[in-house]
Design a protein around this ligand. Structure first.
Ligand code: AMP
Ligand code: MN
Ligand code: MN
Ligand code: MN
Length: 283
């Protein structure tokens, strides 16, 4: 009998904008039937050692990962690195530079929100962040919900935190080819995260995929909690067309948040070559 493993290669802990500590995240994933899990916090490797130990304790296969913030043609794009060496110097130093200006961006976001009558958002967001060096728009969103400014996180983004809205400030992250290089130099595989989320025209998406492949990118997320069902089909075809491996991950941030908890996603379509095709876990 063919047993299809539940392989989830995208999620977040309190080391970035998730709400569960790495060990709790691992235990939740294991309890919900995940067989192989990658922790992919934004721009930090801080949670990987704790997560690896917790995974070992529950007998779950663990893949060290990261989700790197990139600016490509003035757009924010996320690139996941899978099976990376967390001690690789280029990656460690590169991520340090990506994180460096986050707090300064947060100050500017807070000032912008104060200018529309919502003061002191920075201290509120910081109070919700376990890692002040990784203050995210998600912490701002949670604070705006707690404060009753908006009803839920999605409204917080929609009304205040996306381009064109009062709390959004443009920011320069890393360059696409640089981020992919860090991942490759760390022995990892670069995956374009949730391509359906960027609202790119067909031409711009083509340019992004061409640039990503030229930089050494290997895979795209097809089945992700950040995609609608239509995106599953669309990116299944795109993965095949561009000769990219396919990845799958919940993008879980915490219980009751986002679209997908562990153990809920469909499997990858059988027409695709999984990004894990040559890993020991592939079975
Ligand atoms: P940052 O890296 O601080 O700009 O924050 C990016 C994070 O915000 C993403 O990783 C998501 O967790 C979250 N995010 C972005 N857009 C949305 C949205 N429309 N709804 C909910 N969360 C979002
Ligand atoms: Mn996030
Ligand atoms: Mn992302
Ligand atoms: Mn993510």
């Amino acid at each position: 009998m063919l047993i299809v493993l539940d392989i989830d290669l995208h999620c977040h802990s309190t080391c970035s904008d998730g709400t569960l500590q790495p060990a709790d995240l691992i235990r939740r994933a294991a309890a919900r039937g995940v067989d192989v899990l990658a922790l992919t916090d934004h721009d930090t490797l801080d949670g990987l050692a704790l997560a690896r130990d917790a995974a070992q304790a529950v007998g779950m296969h663990f893949i060290p990962g990261v989700e790197i913030s990139v600016t490509w043609r003035a757009q924010t794009i996320h690139v996941v690195g899978l099976d990376i060496d967390p001690s690789a110097p280029q990656l460690v130093e590169g991520l340090h530079t990506v994180r460096r200006d986050r707090l300064e961006r947060a100050h500017r976001m807070s000032e912008a929100l104060a200018a529309v009558g919502i003061p002191d958002v920075l201290s509120g967001a910081l109070a919700l962040a376990n890692n002040p060096g990784l203050l995210s728009r998600t912490h701002f969103a949670r604070h705006l919900v707690q404060r009753g400014v908006v009803a839920d996180i999605s409204q917080a983004f929609q009304h205040y935190l996306v381009p064109g809205k009062p709390g959004y400030v443009p920011h320069d992250w890393s360059a696409l080819n640089t981020a992919v290089q860090w991942i490759c130099a760390a022995g990892g595989r670069a995956v374009l995260a949730h391509p359906g989320r960027y609202n790119l025209s067909a031409g711009a998406l083509d340019a992004l995929l061409v640039d990503f492949r030229l930089a050494g990118g290997a895979a795209i997320e097809v089945i992700t909690g950040s995609h609608a069902v239509d995106d599953y089909h669309r990116f299944e075809h795109i993965a095949r067309h561009y000769g990219l491996f396919a990845s799958r991950g919940s993008d879980f941030h915490g219980p009751g948040e986002g679209n997908s908890d562990f153990g809920e996603l469909p499997h990858l379509p059988p027409s695709l070559q999984p990004v894990w095709h040559d890993w020991e876990v592939a079975g």
